[in-house]
Design a protein around this ligand. Structure first.
Ligand code: ADP
Ligand code: ZN
Length: 442
C-alpha cells in the first residue's frame, strides 16, 4: 500500500498520529480534568477517592492513575440507572444500555458533546477501513439501546457515506437490500455476517458476482482469525475487527488498521491499562491481562479505571500505518466467560481455536457443560460441518469428529466430547452469538 493510500485512511491525522510524548501530556491534562469533574459531581467517585485519601490535585503524572480505585460492573448496577452521571438529565441527550443477560442493564448517558466525540471516533473506525462518501453502508447492528447500530450510523454519516439503518433480523430482506442498494460496506456482529452469508447461499445468490460489498466492520463479540478467513471468503469482503463497550462509549474504542496487527485504541479519549486480574497490579506492554479504561473526555458518565473483564495485551511498537496509538490484541475471552471444568480453566476461544483447525467444521458451535449428581463436569461441544463434509458421508464425519476430539484434548488438557451436527442444525443469532450453555448453575 502506498503512503498516499494510507494517508486517506486516517480520519484525524493530528490526533491519530500525534507523537507519543505529546499524546501523554494531552492525556494527563484530560485525566486531571476528568478526575476533578468526577470528584465534584459524582458521589460514588468522591467516596472512592476519599476512602483512599486521594484528592484530584494529587494526580500529577499519568502514573498517579494507580492511586485511584477500580470501577467494576457491579458499581454500575448499584448506581442504576443514573447514579454515575456527572451531568443533570437536562444535559443528557441520549441513553444507551448493554444487553445485560442477568438483572438490570448497564446504563450509559451522553451529553451532546459526548455524542460528538463518539461520532468522531466512529468516523475514524470507518475511515480506517477506507469508507468515504462514495460508499453505501448496510448497518445491520441492532439499533436501540444497544450501542452498535447508532454508533455506526453516526460515524458513517460523518464520513459522508449513504447509510442504510437496516438493523438486525429479517435476513431475507437484508439480502435484497444489500443487492438492490449496492451496499459496499457491511456492519454487524461476526456471527450475524455468517448468517447473512448462509441465507444468501440458500437463496442461490452468487455473492461475488451479484453483491458489491468491499469491507465489513465486525465486533461486539469474540471471533478468531479463522472466522475472519471464513467471513472474507464467503462474503467477498475485507473483514475489519472493531472493539468497544457501552460503559466506555460503545463501538469506536479501538479499530484495526490495514496492517491488522491489533486494534488502535483512541487513546486521546480513552486511557488504557492492562492489569493482572488476580492482583490488580498494572502489567507492561506485551503482557496479557485485563483491559482497564479511564475516559478522558466524557462529560455525561466519566469512567475511572473501569475493569472491562476483557483479556488482551497492549503493544506500543510503532505501526507502519503511521498511527501512534497503542494497539490491543484480539480479545480472547472475558474473565467472566471462563469456564472452570473439573478444576481446569477453559475459555470458549480455546475451544473455537481447536474446532477450526479441523477441515470441514464451521464456526457454528455450542458448548454445553453439565454435571450429573455427584459426578464430574461434562463438556460437550456441538459443531456444524460444512455441506461438503456432510455430503461425504458417515466415515468422513467420524474422522473429522475424531480429529476434533484429539485437538480439543490437546488444547484444553481435559477430555471433552465433540459431536458434529449437520449444517444449519444449531440456532442462529442476529446479534451476539450465545455459545455457552452451563447447566450446572441451575
Ligand atoms: P455486554 O456486556 O452486554 O455484552 P456490550 O454491548 O457493551 O455489552 O459489549 C461489550 C463487550 O463485547 C466487550 O466488553 C467485549 O467483551 C465484547 N467485544 C466487543 N468487541 C469485541 C471484539 N472485537 N472482540 C471480542 N470481544 C468484543
Ligand atoms: Zn496501524
Amino acid at each position: 500500500m502506498t503512503k498516499r493510500q494510507l494517508e486517506v485512511l486516517i480520519w484525524n491525522r493530528e490526533c491519530e498520529t500525534m507523537p507519543r510524548t505529546d499524546l501523554r501530556s494531552l492525556q494527563l491534562r484530560r485525566l486531571r480534568e476528568t478526575v476533578a469533574r468526577a470528584y465534584q459531581r459524582v458521589p460514588f467517585y468522591r467516596r472512592a477517592l476519599d476512602s483512599r485519601g486521594v484528592k484530584p490535585e494529587d494526580i500529577r503524572t499519568l502514573e498517579d492513575l494507580r492511586r485511584l480505585s477500580f470501577t467494576v460492573k457491579s458499581d454500575l448496577r448499584d448506581n442504576y440507572p443514573f447514579g454515575l452521571f456527572a451531568e443533570p438529565l437536562a444535559q443528557i441527550v441520549r441513553v444507551h444500555a448493554s444487553s445485560g443477560t442477568t438483572g438490570k442493564p448497564i446504563v450509559a448517558g451522553y451529553t451532546r458533546h459526548d455524542l460528538d466525540i463518539w461520532t468522531e471516533v466512529m468516523a475514524r473506525v470507518l475511515a480506517a477501513g477506507g469508507v468515504t462518501d462514495r460508499d453505501v453502508v448496510h448497518n445491520a447492528y441492532g439499533h436501540g439501546l444497544f450501542t452498535g447500530g447508532f454508533g455506526f450510523h453516526q460515524g458513517a454519516e460523518r464520513v459522508g457515506a449513504t447509510v442504510v439503518p437496516v438493523a438486525s433480523g429479517l435476513t431475507k430482506r437484508q439480502l435484497m437490500l444489500i443487492e438492490d442498494f449496492g451496499a459496499t460496506v457491511l456492519c454487524c456482529t461476526p456471527s450475524y455476517s455468517l448468517v447473512i452469508a448462509e441465507a444468501a447461499a440458500d437463496e442461490g445468490i452468487d455473492i461475488g458476482f451479484r453483491w458489491q460489498l468491499r469491507v465489513g466492520f465486525f465486533g461486539a463479540e469474540p471471533w478468531s482469525e479463522r472466522m475472519r478467513e471464513e467471513i472474507e471468503e464467503k462474503l467477498h469482503l475485507h473483514a475489519v475487527n472493531i472493539y468497544g463497550l457501552t460503559e466506555i462509549v460503545g463501538p469506536g474504542v479501538a479499530v484495526e488498521c490495514p496492517f491488522q496487527q491489533g486494534m488502535h485504541i483512541a487513546e486521546d479519549h480513552f486511557l488504557a491499562e492492562v492489569i493482572d486480574p488476580e492482583t490488580g497490579e498494572p502489567l507492561g506492554y506485551g503482557q496479557k491481562g485485563e483491559l482497564v479504561f479511564t475516559t478522558l473526555t466524557k462529560e455525561g458518565m466519566p469512567m475511572l479505571r473501569y475493569r472491562t473483564r476483557d483479556l488482551t495485551t497492549l503493544d506500543d511498537e510503532p505501526c507502519p500505518c503511521g498511527r501512534t496509538l497503542v494497539r490491543m490484541d484480539r480479545v480472547t475471552g472475558r474473565t467472566d466467560d471462563m469456564l472452570i471444568i473439573r478444576g481446569v480453566n477453559v475459555y470458549p476461544s480455546q475451544i473455537e481455536w481447536a474446532l477450526l483447525q479441523v477441515a470441514g467444521l464451521e464456526p457454528q458451535y455450542v458448548i454445553v457443560v453439565d454435571r450429573q449428581r455427584d459426578s464430574l463436569d461434562e463438556l460437550e461441544i456441538r459443531v456444524e460441518t460444512t455441506a461438503k463434509l456432510h455430503a461425504e458421508g458417515a466415515a468422513a464425519l467420524a474422522a473429522a469428529q475424531a480429529e476434533a476430539n484429539r485437538l480439543m484434548h490437546q488444547a484444553l488438557g481435559l477430555s471433552a466430547t465433540v459431536m458434529v451436527v449437520p449444517p444449519g442444525a444449531l440456532p442462529r443469532s442476529e446479534g451476539k452469538a450465545q455459545r455457552v450453555i452451563d447447566k450446572r448453575q441451575r
